[in-house]
Design a protein around this ligand. Structure first.
Ligand code: DX5
Ligand code: ZN
Length: 247
């Protein structure tokens, strides 16, 4: 898989398009701070700096989802505490109004939910103009077909593999059908876009997600409930890489 901005390097390895680090594959592992210790967010982020590709930051507003997490002021401070690129996942109402602030603050990617956006394409253009990647997020009960045609406006497609709102839920394998549909669509249209899965990703589920065609993996509990979060990231990556290498 070729990522926009990616470069080939010696030995079949690639150079990460954002961090310039040489990585073993083009897969992305993004630990979610939702499962981290919120009193020590900076340390928790730095604990995975050497192993993770992105830091997944879940913003919830108690309206789009029942849960409430952090907002822009915390994200702005956390950005200064780590070198990791931020994969900001907005589970909020009215992203048309609020999402740009997260791009302007310096997020690498900003994903908003299509269920909440009034003008997804317009917002994607504004996010890109503000310097971030644009991500389209699809919740559990939303079909993907109506949105395939707007994918050229996006850099990432986040497919929930649970119902958005809480960490620690059970992975729903039936939602991988959306990943397969999206992967087929991208292949037929020669579109370059990350397909990211979020929810219940762990050592016993990541392979199925990779087989379905995901190439970016969010993991909260599987990383931050582990004794060694950095090692948990490496183990997840190895499992997903084995699928890609074998396929
Ligand atoms: C939930 C969030 C997820 C969450 C995943 O709505 O979007 O990013 O952190 O947590 P786990 O990996 O524990 O399912
Ligand atoms: Zn998330």
């Amino acid at each position: 898989m070729i990522m926009r901005g990616g470069r080939a390097a010696a030995g079949g390895r690639s150079i990460h398009p954002y961090t310039d680090r040489v990585v073993g594959s083009s897969l992305i592992v993004a630990p979610s701070i939702l499962a981290a210790d919120f009193a020590r967010l900076g340390e928790e982020a730095r604990a995975v700096e050497g192993s993770a590709d992105w830091l997944h930051v879940d913003v919830m507003d108690n309206h789009f989802v029942p849960n409430l997490t952090i907002g822009l002021p915390v994200v702005e401070h956390l950005l200064k505490a780590t070198t990791l690129p931020f994969d900001t996942h907005l589970m909020i109402e009215a992203p048309d109004r609020w999402a740009l602030g997260y791009a302007e603050a310096g997020s690498y990617n900003v994903s908003f939910h299509v269920e909440a956006a009034a003008d997804p394409v317009g917002l994607a253009k504004n996010l890109r103009a503000a310097g971030s990647k644009a991500g389209l997020a699809i919740d559990r009960d939303t079909p993907i077909e109506p949105y395939l045609e707007i994918l050229p406006h996006f850099d990432t497609l986040l497919i929930m593999t649970i119902k958005a709102g809480f960490g620690g839920q059970k992975f729903m394998p039936e939602l991988l059908d959306k990943v397969r549909t999206a992967r087929r669509h991208l292949a037929s249209g020669h579109l370059e876009l990350r397909i990211e899965v979020d929810g219940g990703i762990a050592e016993d589920t990541i392979e199925a997600a990779a087989e379905a065609g995901a190439d970016a993996f969010v993991a909260g509990t599987a990383v931050y409930a582990a004794d060694d979060p950095a090692d948990a990231v490496r183990r997840l990556r190895r499992r997903a890489e084995a699928v890609v290498a074998g396929g």
